[in-house]
Design a protein. Structure first.
Lengths: 442, 442
């Protein structure tokens, strides 16, 4: 029997996932606005046969952010550029349902899917920084549950717009002068609780039917939306047990929504430090850790906890009175739980997570890394991983050059792309238009 | 004395500017969603040393549209893709102020400017199709004057966001851990009549300072906005006298706004049919004209006039009772005036303009074409032209291969790019940040 294949994405966070990566002497510190950097990484990822490039996003300047997020390319224009220098790898852009219009996003992702020949994916977020509201004519950020309620309808509208044109609607008959078949064009006429969108879309059916949908929320509302709509789930899990519980819960939820467990691919983030020996790998980590100043560490915690700890003893515990954020509540909770579970001081806490940012960190030789990744696949904790390279380009090129061949040797990762589309490479079913589905019963 | 240099853009309308171009046997009828087509044209344009690629846009499906506008790439993702296959040519995307947020557009154009190394331009439109409103939660399209009033503020907000970061704000000092200089980051805090946008932008200062601003409105409100803010004005002018009057008026308006006449480049559209002989050029035109059916012609007039003429005699005059549109009123007026001035029947009218779509058409040998272009430059009717190739790729490659060398021989068009930025090639002054301007008086 063929072994279960691992799916792999890479999280393209400018200088690298580690909060102090930009200070590393080998890292191009302007990476987040350097197209030559992104081209190089994209080509390397494709040489390693990875499934996808993943771009996070935010809609405000936020001075507590990871430095690589202070200024950066807008994901869809950047991925547009990367379509022409890659052939097979998936292109995932994050975009918020809270500060966008469904028509614009449906169109942009359809356009990216056409440009790339079926490699586009949308990471659906609802925005979690209060500061975003003030850039969009709003005095206050919308409440968490309202954001998810709107997101649910938003995604339905986007899917409806992607179904506007049947696949064979545009026949462009030069002889008769008929450009398209009227009966194969569908007007959505959506009038819902939050959105009124007439359609149809001025973009033909995306090559993948629908671009791949990615979701990363861990809250109840977030996992419901994910289980209902997402093809890929990106999540932060630091222990095998938590990851197994999350995996089981999300697959069960998907089944409860009438989907098959195989329809959603669960891909936790993982920061990998690999070298010839485990000792050398740990030294790379320690080198980065030394670049974290208390100021960087406290800013980082202030961001994730939405709470300023600068008046507290660095070597004392986290205070008990941290109020729930209206931002990324599940991430805040994960961090508080981690500090409690392991009785960490504030300094220990930021040193622990400023590198991983809530994600799993693993160290070792190529074989040790492969063991740790494979274990999560074999024990139903993951269908694959979103790699969060600690610093670019070296920790990423090390992974491609050292770990990928080991995974391939074990026959748990591809040696060649199976498909030209991301949906095909992920092993997802083709998306059938709602109008074709209706026809099946005629 | 060096002769005045002509500026040249090319209007990338999928299959070509002529309404029936897609039916031409040499035209790829799916051009508007074919990235290989766009890459080929972009490279050819750059080989011809053109200033810019120009993409129009619309935010709805509109069944009376030019077929190449029914489905098409979204301009910013497409131009993102073209940044990597070109080095010098400017990239102009149309985007509407009526159905966008200033933060999004400021960011996307800044991103495109960074991706391209200073070649981005924004063609500012206010949307003119009623159908767009219904895709964006609106029951009714905004009134023409309100759209322009909002556009005026929108553009000011976008400029303010582009000034967020001083050019040298991000020093990324690895030794000290200082990523940027706080005093060189500026928060806009805009609270105006229509927009509240706090800023700053999460994109550093665009390489051009501001991407080039293009405007195409011909109404009083449109020309005011253009004279106040635009670097380039795209306009439809069919006679030398009209073009001279428009040129004089716009330059005077710019001066009235405290700008110099050289600060705005006026570039009328022109559809060129060139061949070895004038006769052969006219035959190309006639070949395309024969592809216009009455149905195509009437749809076309219904679109431009916002009035259905199908119950009128094709060989009679235009009726007198056509009401002013809430859409593109200046274009409607141009067409009604043309019909009156030359006493055209409905059939003659659509045959006349379905090819040119309100723009000038010229025919001839390379030398005759150069004469006609040069006349408008010499007689102060234009600073350059936006080429509207009747059908792609042939009528465009003919222009590059036959006309460009003739213009170069006459020393009125460049043989090499002067600059890596669009602003530099257009001969426009660098944009100084508002905060630097303030400093000049300190």
């Amino acid at each position: 029997m063929k072994k279960k294949q691992m799916k792999l994405g890479v999280f393209l966070m400018g200088t690298g996932h580690h909060i102090a990566s930009w200070r590393h002497h080998e890292v191009p510190s302007d990476a987040s606005e350097n197209i030559e950097f992104f081209k190089r990484i994209a080509k390397k990822a494709e040489a390693g046969k990875l499934d996808m490039l993943f771009l996070s996003d935010g809609l405000s300047f936020h001075d507590l952010s990871h430095p690589a997020e202070l200024v950066r390319f807008e994901p869809l224009t950047l991925l547009g550029a990367l379509t022409t220098v890659t052939d097979n790898i998936g292109l995932v852009a994050t975009a918020s349902t809270t500060y966008n219009e469904p028509f614009h996003l449906a169109r942009k992702f359809s356009s990216l899917d056409h440009l790339s020949g079926g490699r586009a994916a949308w990471n659906i977020v609802t925005s979690y920084y209060e500061s975003e509201a003030s850039n969009f004519n709003k005095d206050k950020h919308l409440d968490h549950s309202l954001r998810y309620d709107r997101a649910d309808e938003f995604v339905e509208v986007v899917k409806g717009l992607w179904d506007s044109w049947d696949e064979d609607a545009l026949m462009r008959n030069k002889e008769t002068g008929e450009y398209f078949t009227k009966g194969k064009l569908h007007t959505l006429n959506h009038r819902g609780k939050y959105y009124a969108v007439r359609g149809p879309l001025n973009s033909s059916r995306p090559p993948q039917g629908y671009p791949v949908l990615v979701q990363a929320g861990s809250s109840e509302a977030g996992t419901n939306l994910a289980a209902k709509t997402a093809d890929v789930i990106f999540t932060a899990q630091s222990t095998l047990e938590d990851a197994q519980a999350f995996y089981k819960k999300l697959k069960a939820k998907a089944v409860a929504y009438g989907r098959s467990a195989a329809d959603i691919k669960i891909m936790p983030g993982v920061s990998v430090y690999v070298a010839e020996t485990e000792k050398a790998a740990r030294e790379k980590y320690e080198g980065l850790q030394q670049l974290i100043t208390p100021e960087i560490g406290l800013d980082f915690l202030a961001d994730y906890l939405a709470f300023d700890l600068s008046s507290y003893d660095l070597d004392g515990p986290l205070p008990k009175n941290i109020p729930p954020t209206n931002g990324n509540r599940s991430r805040q909770q994960l961090i508080i739980e981690l500090a409690e579970r392991e009785s960490l001081t504030i300094r220990e806490l930021y040193m622990r997570i400023a590198g991983s940012r809530g994600h799993r960190i693993i160290f070792g030789s190529p074989s040790q890394i492969a063991d740790q990744l494979q274990e999560w696949i074999d024990r139903e904790a993951a269908d694959g991983f979103n790699l969060m390279p600690p610093y670019f380009p070296d920790s990423f090129t090390d992974f491609i050059d050292l770990v990928i061949p080991e995974l391939q040797r074990r026959k748990i990762f591809r040696t060649e792309y199976e498909s030209r589309t991301l949906r095909g490479n992920l092993g997802l079913k083709p998306v059938v238009s709602r109008y074709q589905k209706d026809n099946q019963f005629v």
